[in-house]
Write a protein that binds this ligand. Structure first.
Ligand code: AMP
Length: 432
């Protein structure tokens, strides 16, 4: 029989690395709490049209990368529904915002999520078909201040703090403005005109994009096209005064807060819903897939999927890439955490009392490995040395006298400890 394996582009996350995943999520939750964000959990699959309308038909995500299937019709009269595993979470959050009429509260909604996303991309280091994103959205009616450039700056400042707190050093914040829909339309025309004489020399995707959505040409990764792309006009020159003022206010607030950034005129991002501020945090250690996270403002998204006017700004961090970056750092080379003690029952008749002792110590907050009375003492010592900081020997004598033999591996010291003092002695081992 052929052995079954995780599907291409998916993977199992195993200990001890999962400890790092948990640490990242715990830190992210703590940071989100300090900025007063609440958690949202949306379904892993949605109606396909949400992504077609929300993310954009022309994007690579929607046109090439979605896992979509036709759901069986419930009744003969019904049309089968097209469903898609979410390739990103912003569209789902905005759908939920509309569905639950969150705008009617009149308040800004500050929501974060942590969960898997699915894209049929070509798998490589840092790029998977099931990957995890930690993201957040700030969305609300304009009367709640959702369009304010201060929201953009606050989100960026929060991200800088989160990366610092995670211990990720050496990141770069790349910032741009893609302007209003009118600015983009103007820029698209400018680009289309600029592409006209050169597009025949470009890749087939760019030739198509030059007609349908010239802005997407800037996303092209084909090396031969890059010299041509470098000569194209930049979007900054197509922004109107409002967009320029908005962007200037974002950068002024970042300067005041001391958050460093660089302007990247080519940053237009792979999703159609962005307006005005767009950004990416990159990290040199990641290689080709160097984006740790990306995001931006999406003032028209709610209306594009049938909702009220609800400007917003958000981001998604690639958790897989945060893990890769942290794993490459010296301080995370050894993630294995040893148990406080390994209990070695001397003989099978001591298994039950050993479980009682383990329960006592675990209830006191200690991490305990429980051996087995069928083990010879040598095997117990070997297993204990691999998994725990100390071994507690439980024989008939120890059980009767209530005095246990404890050996601490780091020091090699063996002592007798009364059962009542065992928990505190294991929790605070004598200094080496
Ligand atoms: P996006 O939703 O495309 O703006 O992506 C936001 C972030 O998610 C990126 O900066 C990456 O860190 C991460 N990401 C996107 N696609 C993948 C993928 N296929 N595998 C791993 N991480 C991804």
């Amino acid at each position: 029989m052929t052995t079954l394996k995780a599907v291409r582009g998916t993977r199992d996350l195993l200990p001890p690395e999962t400890a790092l995943w948990n640490r990242i999520e715990t830190t992210a939750r703590a940071v989100f709490a300090r900025y007063n964000f609440g958690e949202i959990r949306t379904p892993i699959f949605e109606d396909t049209s949400l992504f077609a309308r929300g993310v954009g038909e022309e994007t690579d995500i929607v046109s090439k990368e979605m896992f979509t299937w036709e759901d069986r019709a419930r009744a003969q009269s019904e049309k089968p529904q097209m469903l898609t595993l979410r390739p990103e979470n912003t569209a789902g959050v905005v759908r939920a915002y509309i569905e639950h009429k969150l705008g009617e509260t009149g308040q800004l909604q500050k929501l974060f999520y942590i969960g898997p996303q699915f894209r049929r991309e070509r798998p490589q280091k840092g790029r998977y078909r099931q990957f995890f994103q930690i993201g957040a959205e700030v969305i609300g009616p304009p009367s709640a201040g959702s369009e304010s450039p201060l929201r953009d700056a606050e989100v960026l400042e929060m991200l800088a703090s989160l990366l610092d707190e995670l211990g990720i050093t050496g990141w770069t914040l790349e910032l741009n403005s893609v302007g209003s829909p009118a600015d983009r339309a103007r820029y698209n025309d400018t680009l289309r005109a600029a592409l006209e004489p050169v597009k025949a020399k470009m890749c087939v995707d760019c030739q198509r994009r030059a007609e349908t959505n010239p802005l997407r040409v800037l996303d092209c990764k084909v090396p031969a096209d890059q010299p041509i792309i470098a000569t194209l006009p930049v979007i900054a020159d197509s922004l109107d005064d409002d967009s320029k003022t908005h962007f200037a206010a974002v950068t002024a607030a970042l300067d005041a807060a001391g958050v460093p950034y660089t302007r990247n005129h080519r940053l237009v991002r792979g999703l159609d819903y962005y307006t005005r501020t767009t950004f990416e945090f990159t990290h040199g250690g990641l290689g080709a897939q160097n984006a740790l996270l990306g995001g931006g403002r999406y003032d028209g998204l709610s209306e594009a999927i049938g909702g009220p006017k609800a400007p917003g700004i958000g981001f998604a961090m690639g958790e897989d890439r945060l893990v890769l970056t942290l794993l490459a750092q010296e301080s995370n080379q050894n993630l294995t955490v040893k148990a406080d003690a390994f209990i070695a029952p001397l003989g099978e008749s001591l298994n039950a009392p050993a479980l009682a002792l383990a329960r006592e110590l675990r209830r006191a907050g200690l991490t305990i490995e429980l051996g087995d009375g069928s083990f010879r003492l040598k095997k117990s010592f070997e297993a204990a040395d691999k998994t725990a900081r100390a071994i507690v020997i439980l024989g008939e004598d120890e059980l009767k006298s209530g005095i246990l033999t404890v050996k601490t591996f780091a020091t090699g010291v063996q002592t007798k400890v009364p059962r009542a003092e065992l928990a505190s002695s294991l929790a605070n081992p004598a200094p080496e």
